[in-house]
Design a protein around this ligand. Structure first.
Ligand code: NAD
Length: 257
């Protein structure tokens, strides 16, 4: 039983593809705490799935959003404004790189592959935070999802490591700029979880097994643990935390050998 109460609060959550998505674990945690949810899906093929999942939460709003479209981004925030009036939380749980860029040699990353990965996975946080901040009239919390490939080499993450490094920098700069409005900006660095996107990374299951073996907790994390951390960061319990990269990785990041 969760004791954090988010009744009267509103959240916009990007990145639910299916029930294994980390965004869905966050939606569940915030929704169970009484928060009103707006969720976006990318592409018509995900619409049915996401609408079905969202129907579990009372009055949830479901909208299409591809972050590469400025028009769609503006449309989503206009709808949130007209339906919710204001916004308290923004959850950015999206990333994309072309398959060819997630295997082989990093130095062969194409200009277009780099542009696509950094645009969708990192620039989008800047564009969305700018719009969200205008609706966060009573302060707020912005959370994204990152991975330790931002700091260390994980073979095959390649351009996604560069995108996560940019995302973590964005988190600090946005935290600095939005702090005076009492808007906190943090990123959760999750350990490997077998989601749709993760399975697209060459050698993912071997890496998850390595994490399991080497982590202090000697296991992989559960999506629920990411949801709970996001809930804590949204709530008043996280009121003193901003600009941080918070590891939810069973402790793997502290290990040297
Ligand atoms: P997922 O496949 O369930 O979610 C990724 C989401 O990104 C999907 O919903 C997809 O539709 C969305 N997306 C991709 N391109 C988009 C675009 N142009 N516009 C809007 N949405 C778009 O996988 P996930 O693992 O839940 O990924 C969520 C976040 O968690 C990502 O940022 C990912 O890098 C991060 N993360 C995942 C892991 C892991 O092991 N699964 C670990 C650390 C961080």
């Amino acid at each position: 039983m969760r004791t954090i109460n988010l009744r009267g609060k509103t959240a916009l959550i990007l990145g639910v593809a299916n029930k294994r998505s980390l965004a869905w674990a966050i939606a569940e945690a915030l929704g169970e705490a009484g928060c009103r949810l707006a969720m976006t899906y990318q592409g018509v093929r995900l619409q049915k799935n996401v609408s079905e999942l969202a129907s579990k939460h009372k009055n949830a709003l479901v909208m299409a959003l591809d972050v590469t479209s400025e028009e769609q981004v503006d449309g989503v925030f206009a709808t949130v404004k007209s339906r919710f009036g204001r916004l308290d939380y923004l959850i950015h749980s999206i990333a994309f790189a072309r398959r060819a860029e997630l295997e082989g040699e990093f130095r062969k990353t194409t200009r277009e592959g780099w542009r696509i990965a950094l645009d969708i996975s990192a620039y989008s946080l800047v564009a969305l935070s700018n719009r969200a901040a205008r609706l966060m009239t009573e302060g707020g919390s912005i959370i994204s999802l990152t991975f330790q490939a931002s700091q260390r080499v994980f073979p095959n993450y390649n351009v996604m490591g560069a995108a996560k490094a940019a995302l973590e920098y964005n988190t600090r700069q946005l935290a600095y700029e939005l702090g005076p409005k009492n808007i906190r900006v943090n990123t959760i660095s999750a350990g490997p979880v077998p989601t749709l996107s993760a399975r697209g990374i060459s050698g993912f299951s071997g890496m998850a097994a390595h994490h399991r073996k080497k982590s202090p907790l000697q296991r992989n994390i559960e999506p629920r643990e990411v949801g709970d951390t996001a809930l804590f960061l949204c709530s008043d319990l996280g009121s003193g935390i901003t600009g941080a990269t918070i590891y939810v990785d069973a402790g793997y990041n502290i290990i040297g050998l």
